[in-house]
Design a protein around this ligand. Structure first.
Ligand code: FRU
Length: 475
């Protein structure tokens, strides 16, 4: 039973077997959330990429579906997006009905081996049965490569003011925007980013969308980066600014990170969810993702997170909060008032998966120590002097499969108030921390020899209220 395997995520999506990386083609259609993902079914390491497929009505309970896209003569199927072509601009809909259209990157390994630079191109595929089966467009590729080695991960959206599609494409060290009336013919519009943002590695998997704050709409540009993340390896940075259908103009030159932990990457948002923006990332890191000690599969996705804009210290940030659907997994809560530091587990029968919410009026140093009977421990805390949240997984269990895995990771605190709230979502092999209403976020994976079954509070922060929800498995 795959559900009982060691480290198997119970409240996160993971493939039953094989290798997974980026979430792809996330689109909401007729009450169903489609999740496609970078998938290599024949091994637990990266290889010829397919688009795996899963569906859900609540973003939490997923049904595995047959593979949607297989590699073909044009190449492996790399990351990309999917849209509902409501007006059938592509003409690919049957009897004029709206098709689903996927826009993805072809990665031609033969071309790469020959030393060509143009081995990544963009292709499209369509579905006229609500995403069950997909047909690749006969005119692929729809966007040829102008000679840029890294030319990939198209995220397409409908830009209503100009009645056109806009493609946000990662092009090596910058973003290039393209537009199209029909998803087939693409025109280059502009580029952004060569001299701004973090550039420790190549830019990948971008996303462009609007969020409202205080009655004003802002454009947010997500840009995944590998390597060069704040705690090493791959991570998601973003820019806030304006987009006029042609070009993106950032409001300032600051580098911001959506998630400071090492284990959220390639995250982007759902298409066709209206003003709601639901974000999901790959819950791993290219530094060690192919070496983690799971046997039959590798990697999971983060929980769904709702994105919003929030101001702190006179600056705007994108905040992430667990999507409300997660609450459907909650068993009855245990509430504790006036929790002070102590040596005993403050929850008598602590078990994973779980959600914890903690509130304090006076944030000082604290450490929440999760541990198991083997004495392995994961520490989540706040260091007041450094004004940083941190997660220390140095002694969290198996850590020696890669030299970059063990360690203590930090996230700056942006909120300036004395009081704070923390939400922790913990599965058998992962922790997601949302502090200050999602302003500081960290995602961390770990591999203890048995699940943590104890949680102790240390330090000087007293929590006025703590709520603990055991979660039922979503599998
Ligand atoms: C990001 C990425 C993408 C690419 C895909 C290949 O993790 O490198 O840029 O499309 O993975 O699997």
């Amino acid at each position: 039973d795959y559900r009982k395997e060691a480290y198997r995520p119970q409240i996160h999506f993971s493939p039953k077997s094989g290798w997974m990386n980026d979430p792809n083609g996330m689109v909401y259609h007729k009450g169903v959330y489609h999740m496609f993902y970078q998938f290599y079914p024949d091994s637990t390491v990266w290889g010829p990429m397919h688009w795996g497929h899963a569906t859900s009505r609540d973003l939490v309970r997923w049904q595995h579906q047959p593979i949607a896209l297989y590699p073909d003569s044009l190449g492996y199927i790399f990351s990309g997006s999917a849209v509902v072509d409501a007006a059938n601009t592509s003409g690919l809909g049957k009897e004029g009905k709206a098709p689903l259209v996927a826009i993805y990157t072809y990665h031609d390994t033969a071309g790469e081996k020959k030393g060509r630079k143009d081995f990544q191109t963009q292709g499209i595929a369509y579905s006229n049965d609500d995403g069950k089966t997909w047909t690749k467009y006969s005119g692929n590729p729809v966007l040829r490569n102008p000679g840029i080695v890294d030319f990939r991960d198209p995220k397409v959206m409908w830009y209503a003011p100009d009645k056109k599609w806009v493609m946000t494409l990662a092009t090596k060290d910058r973003i290039t925007f393209y537009s199209s009336p029909n998803l087939k013919d693409w025109t280059r519009e502009s580029e952004f980013g060569a001299t701004i943002g973090a550039h420790g590695g190549v830019w990948e998997c971008p996303d462009l969308f609007q969020l409202e704050q205080g009655g004003k709409k802002h454009w947010v540009l997500l840009v995944n980066l590998n390597p060069g993340g704040p705690n090493g390896g791959s991570a998601t940075q973003y820019f806030i600014g304006d987009f006029d259908g042609t070009a993106f103009t950032p409001a300032d030159t600051a580098t911001r990170w959506l998630d400071y932990g090492p284990d959220e990457y390639a995250g982007i948002t759902y298409a066709n969810t209206g003003d709601r923006k639901v974000f999901i990332g790959w819950m791993s890191n290219w530094l060690y993702g192919q070496q983690v000690p799971t046997e039959k599969w590798r990697s999971a996705l983060t929980i769904p997170r709702d994105l919003s804009l929030a101001a702190a210290g006179g600056k705007l940030y994108v905040a992430s909060k667990p999507s409300k659907e997660l609450a459907t997994l909650a068993k009855p809560a245990t509430t504790l008032n006036q929790l002070k530091a102590g040596n005993a587990s403050f929850v008598k029968t602590f078990s994973l998966p779980a959600r914890l919410e903690l509130q304090t009026e006076q944030l000082q140093d604290f450490q929440l120590v999760f541990s198991n009977d083997a004495g392995e421990e994961l520490i989540v805390g706040y260091d007041k002097t450094a004004n940083q949240y941190f997660v220390d997984r140095s002694k969290s269990g198996k850590v020696d499969f890669n030299k970059d895995f063990a360690g203590r990771h930090t996230a700056p605190r942006f909120a300036t108030a004395k009081n704070t709230d923390l939400t922790l979502v913990i599965d058998h092999a992962s922790l997601e921390l949302f502090a200050d209403k999602g302003l500081s976020v960290m995602t961390e994976i770990f591999f203890p020899s048995s699940s943590y079954n104890k949680v102790v509070l240390k330090g000087s922060t007293g929590f006025q209220q703590v709520r603990y929800w055991p979660l039922t498995s979503a599998l």
